[in-house]
Design a binder for this molecule. Structure first.
Ligand code: AP5
Length: 217
């Protein structure tokens, strides 16, 4: 069976970037609560309307809601695929829910990988981020531009978009939420001896190689 892992780190640490690379190279599936919530907002559903204001303010949506999303998504993953939890769990109640959801399926966490980063550099990373509006491939104004100007490397689209919560004020709020509510869940996993810390300030490829090393252990 492939491994189940959590990628932990503040906004812009590179969780989504690394999750996509892992998906491309392993039998692993990214479960990003941020992506699931953004899809709900885009659909215009009642759920989306409810969470949009919370996300735009950089605050956390309710524990029950995100755990229900993960519960549903785990049902779509076969036993042979590993899960990459990206942006979940973010609070202690979510960490306990995840344990229950995995146990109910005979799964367990193999690694919690914390990407350690410098917060000021993250503001620069996040405010420069944009994605392809069609396939979702991620780019950055300075660190990862499309190879051909204004053309997505993956699907050739010419449409790109930026997240409404990627402005400096909201990013600072998201970081404060991370420090107050998410970083404190690390001891839960430290007690189990499954935490690995990786320097997230290296290049994308360096970080990828460090994560591969953890997975090989
Ligand atoms: P979410 O979507 O999870 O956002 P986040 O945690 O703030 O993380 P980001 O997606 O901003 O950053 P990332 O670490 O994935 O970085 P990325 O790889 O894109 O959550 C958004 C909101 O949804 C929350 O604020 C909350 O409201 C709600 N929410 C979500 N989950 C929730 C939960 N469980 N509970 C409650 N509420 C929840 O990289 C950033 C940029 O840097 C990119 O441009 C990339 O190209 C570039 N980059 C990446 N790595 C490197 C590198 N090594 N060097 C240089 N550039 C790099």
């Amino acid at each position: 069976m492939a491994k189940d892992i959590i990628l932990l780190g503040p906004p812009g640490a590179g969780k989504g970037t690394q999750a996509h690379l892992l998906e491309a190279n392993h039998a692993m599936v990214q479960l990003s609560t941020g992506d699931m919530l953004r899809a709900a907002v885009k659909s215009g559903s009642d759920l989306g309307k409810k969470v949009q204001a919370v996300m735009d303010a950089g605050e956390l949506v309710s524990d029950d809601l995100v755990s229900a999303l993960i519960d549903d998504r785990l049902n779509q993953i076969g036993p042979d695929a590993g899960a990459i939890f990206d942006g979940y769990p973010r609070t202690e109640p979510q960490a306990h829910s995840l344990d229950e959801l995995l146990e109910a399926r005979g799964r367990k966490l193999d690694h919690v990988i914390e990407l350690e980063v410098d917060e000021d550099a993250l503001v620069d990373r996040i405010t420069g981020r944009f994605t392809c509006a069609v396939c979702g491939e991620g780019y950055h104004d300075r660190y990862k531009l499309p190879k051909v100007e204004n053309t997505c490397d993956e699907c050739g689209s010419h449409e790109f978009k930026r997240r409404p919560d990627d402005n400096e004020e909201t990013v600072r709020k998201r970081m404060a939420e991370y420090r107050a509510k998410t970083a404190p869940i690390l001891p839960i996993y430290e007690k189990r001896g499954i935490v690995s810390r990786i320097d997230g300030m290296g290049g994308i490829e360096e970080v990828r190689a460090a994560i591969e090393k953890v997975l090989a252990d």
